[in-house]
Design a protein around this ligand. Sequence first.
Ligand code: SF4
Length: 344
Amino acid sequence: MQKEKLFGKTLNELVAVTKRVSLPGFAALQIADWLYKKEISTIDEMTNLSKKMREVLSNDYELGLSAPVSEKESPDGTKKYLYNVLNNKFIETAFIPDDDRATICVSSQAGCKMGCIFCMTGRQGFQGNLSSNEILNQFRSLPEFNRLTNMVFMGMGEPLDNIPEVLKTLEILTSEWGYGWSPTRITVSTVGLKNSISEFLEKSRCHLAVSLHSPFDEERRDLMPIQRTNTIKEVLDIIRNFDFNSQRRVSFEYILFKGMNDTPAHIKELARILNGIKCRINIIRFHKIPDSPYSSPDMDYTIRFKEALNAKGILTTIRASRGEDIGAACGLLTTLEQNKTRKP
Ligand code: SF4
């Protein structure tokens, strides 16, 4: 029988574990300390628990860490790791060093249901939700774990479509008994699931990033099927009505597609729909995926687009393109890996 994994459990869940195996209640905090503050890899290393306690725990539980199965490194320092999850499915995790920052980009699902047409992960379809163990393991088992300063949920999957496990992960990352990270070091990105956005805003203090990509309903619907049931207007209304504290940030991700969403009309409409929201726009250059008709405008044009938005009063930045040579588009590497494993 497979043992349950301790790593990725919240303090409340660890209390339940101690009850189940008849350990004293205070052992939950001790276990959390070993799991999230000390870098142990076996239950036997929890040396302030008696040998007997460790044996009892080990009968039903294991630590539950697993190293990445492969890695690729770009000359710009970006690395992509593949992790094996959900019984032989693959997910991608990126490590992005940048001056004094080092960001991990984690996946929250294997594949994705959202079907955004510019996305390789979307083409894979949905293969399953990751557990908080599998999300947090990407962070803890990353070879650069000790260098990390920031985390973004911008890898495979829609984080708010797996909100219970994502919220558990955020709780572990930001609690005193967990990693004790400031929530302002973490950004969760979403296509805009209206019900889950409200829950995320209420239950977490991390930054929010919304994939916008077009201010026009029909065009956004063509790019992102979610617009049919969760319109950007509904999402913006929720954001507009939420009381953000001064530390918490809302940003909008905007992949610039040449000749499509990069016109003066788009700039005007973006300024109109974002009016009254304290936010920034991150322009992202499109990472080419196979058989896609889309491309990015050149850098000069992209800079002019950014400056036009800044002139309208919207703080806009261009996200540096990283790791192009190692399949920067999310989902490319796992698609290759899956094709490999499917071959006879
Ligand atoms: S862009 Fe994100 S939400 Fe859309 S299909 Fe890809 S992984 Fe899913």
